[in-house]
Design a protein around this ligand. Structure first.
Ligand code: GLP
Length: 261
């Protein structure tokens, strides 16, 4: 894993956006894996700015989102369809037909999950997968103790994640317990994974992901098996890491072509 520590969440987001834009400029027909949650909001804002001010072109991009709540229609304000539309898609020139988000109201959810996995494969695979990190170490909605080789499927949220995300929902009854998520196996097939985490609430999960053992107790630790994962975290999220000096040393000694520019 490449571990990059920045002083603030803003700098984390700007670097994340830089990595996405670098891929887009070298490979305009790329396949992006996209994430939701609070963490990537500023990254999307920066990509929108780059689209407006620097002509960053999303016209050739295909996208696959990580997850969606079961039972929420696309126009539901708490759905990830709505989130993506409002915070990103409607502000850039991505082709709506090239956008894929799991359908939380699919009639046959199991067939839909299989078709989603197949569509990722048929697109040629994800070139760059953006990820956030749950405070319990989840990525996508892959909760602790789940398979580290799973594919897109329906999952049941843990009580911890329900509590973490409760503020997004006006009433507890309105908060879905079930989700569709890309599996850990799906995520590990992406060419490059970029995971961002900010704030001290994420510091335990960050420590377990980077320096803990490979374990389904921290699903994000599966990224230790991935050939190219970039972790971008702020100082607060990095606070529990034992090897911060080493990560800084590695960053200081990158070869020119390894530097994100
Ligand atoms: C949510 C999402 C994840 C997200 C994570 C962190 O439950 N399913 O994809 O990365 O939890 O969310 P946040 O960035 O809001 O802390």
């Amino acid at each position: 894993m490449e571990v990059i520590i920045r002083p603030t969440s803003e700098e984390v987001s700007l670097l994340g956006a830089k990595i996405v834009s670098q891929l887009l400029r070298t490979k305009p027909q790329c396949v992006l894996g996209l994430a939701t949650g609070r963490t990537p909001l500023q990254l999307y804002t920066e990509l929108i700015r780059m689209h407006r001010e620097e002509k960053l072109d999303f016209g050739g991009v295909t996208s696959f989102n990580l997850d969606e709540y079961v039972g929420l229609p696309p126009d539901h304000p708490q759905s990830y369809h709505y989130y993506m539309q409002e915070n990103f898609f409607r502000h850039v020139n991505i082709n709506p037909e090239s956008v894929h988000i799991p359908n939380g109201i699919a009639k046959d959810i199991r067939a839909h999950c299989e078709a989603y996995e197949k569509a990722i494969f048929q697109s040629g695979g994800i070139n760059l997968q953006l990820l956030g990190l749950g405070s319990n170490g989840h990525i996508g909605f892959n909760e602790p103790t789940g398979s580290l080789n799973s594919t897109t499927w329906v999952k049941i949220l843990s009580e911890k994640t329900l509590r973490d995300n409760a503020t997004h929902f006006p009433t507890p009854e309105g908060q879905p317990r079930h989700v569709i998520t890309m599996g850990i196996g799906t995520i590990l097939r992406a060419t490059h994974c970029v995971i961002m985490a900010c704030g001290d609430k994420k510091s335990h999960a960050v420590k377990a992901m980077i320096e803990g053992p490979l374990s389904s107790m921290c699903p994000a630790s599966a990224l230790q098996l991935h050939p190219r994962t970039t972790v971008i975290i702020d100082q607060a999220a990095a606070a529990r890491l034992d090897h911060q000096d080493h990560y800084q040393w590695v960053e200081n000694h990158k070869l020119d072509w390894q530097i994100f520019s």
